[in-house]
Design a protein around this ligand. Structure first.
Ligand SMILES: NC(=O)c1ccc[n+]([C@@H]2O[C@H](COP(=O)([O-])OP(=O)(O)OC[C@H]3O[C@@H](n4cnc5c(N)ncnc54)[C@H](OP(=O)(O)O)[C@@H]3O)[C@@H](O)[C@H]2O)c1
Length: 324
């Protein structure tokens, strides 16, 4: 089968398309003919050996797929021919065939294409975890998201209202990304340059209830400043590179919280949680209450370029690699 493989840790450009044997099936494994695979920021980090998970070289890159079941255990909730999405968490996705444990495979609603499906699980389930479990989003609250035109960002914009948010404010670095944020459902969009003052004005000085922050870096202290009383700042990632620090007197003085939100870690330590999440998200997708992603598609031959677009900050929305 064809696959996008990393054999040296020199960044996205070193991803090569290779012919390798199909993975072996195993008891409890679902064999999937992969049609598309999602790209996410951890793929960039893994091509440099900078992610917390460091598979042995060489490895197939990517953490999520959409495709058609070729073979499934008799007692599984999916069967041959079903359209599914699945988490390979992490690695083994950008290949023509994947074998995934049953509990990481989910039926895709009929109204969602396989290309869009490949862009759902990683980001949408992270965002659902962030807003529901960690952020305790209450009906009508205001959510602000940094990096709003990125994968996690557009996922937040697509989902927050369906999960109860009254207003979703997007922070982006360019006008072009502002358009992407609007197209994905942002109530308001502000540019990163001067964003705090703009948000204070938009909220009449009150601030926001939740900040979802996949960017980190020098915006962090201003994110604490942007919170309303009892607000929550969700630490999701550090695409800006720098890991920020927080002076805890700021939390005390404003009655606000800074909350870690590591979805992958939660999933690994809470069996059954993924199914619980999909049981909320899938009906919302099926009913059109959460719109499916509209991913930017790259053929497998251009997988390196697809991953590089997240590295060089040119990606907008979800990026997906197509295999069939
Ligand atoms: N905690 C969790 O469970 C979890 C789960 C999934 C992903 N993550 C993390 O969430 C983060 C975002 O992932 P993603 O897939 O959404 O990435 P993405 O699609 O590349 O979006 C990231 C956004 O970050 C902003 N950014 C700011 N400085 C940047 C820089 N120096 N380089 C690149 N982007 C920069 C960009 O927006 P602007 O140009 O508009 O600033 C970009 O759109 C990553 O750190 C990832 O590891 C965490």
């Amino acid at each position: 089968m064809r696959a996008a493989q990393v054999s040296k840790l020199e960044g996205p450009e070193s991803v090569e398309i290779v012919d390798i044997p199909e993975p072996e099936g195993y008891p409890g494994g679902v064999v999937i003919d992969v049609h598309a695979a999602g790209v996410a920021f951890p793929d960039v980090l893994m091509t440099r050996g900078l992610y917390q998970m460091k598979p042995e070289l060489p490895f197939v890159v990517g953490g999520e797929v959409a495709g058609i079941v070729r073979e499934a255990p008799a007692d599984a909730h999916v069967k041959a021919g079903d359209r599914v999405v699945a988490l390979t968490l992490l690695g083994n996705a950008m290949a023509e065939v994947a074998v995934v444990p049953t509990q990481m495979v989910f039926k895709l609603p009929d109204n969602v294409s396989l290309e869009a499906g490949a862009g759902i699980l990683f980001n949408d389930l992270t965002v659902q975890f962030c807003l529901r479990k960690r952020g305790r989003l209450a009906e009508g609250e205001t959510v602000l998201v940094h990096g709003a035109a990125g994968g996690i960002g557009t996922s937040t914009l697509r989902m927050a209202a369906a999960l109860g948010a009254g207003r979703v404010i997007a922070v982006v670095s360019t006008e072009a990304k502002a358009e992407v944020a609007r197209a994905n459902g942002a109530t308001d969009v502000v540019l990163a340059d001067g964003w705090l003052a703009a948000v204070k004005e938009l909220t009449g000085g009150r601030g926001v209830d939740i900040v979802l922050d996949p960017v980190g870096g020098d915006r962090f202290t201003d994110s604490v400043r942007s919170l309303a009383s009892a607000g929550r700042l969700l630490v999701v990632g550090f695409t800006a590179g720098e890991i920020p620090t927080v002076k805890v007197n700021r939390l005390l003085l404003k009655n606000v919280e800074v909350i870690g939100a590591a979805w992958g870690e939660w999933v690994m330590t809470h069996p059954g949680y993924l199914t619980e999440q999909w049981d909320e998200v899938a009906p919302l997708l099926a009913a059109g209450k959460i719109e499916a992603p509209k991913p930017v598609l790259y053929p497998l031959d251009r997988a390196a370029e697809a991953i590089a677009s997240l590295d060089n900050r040119t990606a907008t929305g979800k990026v997906v690699v197509t295999l069939r």
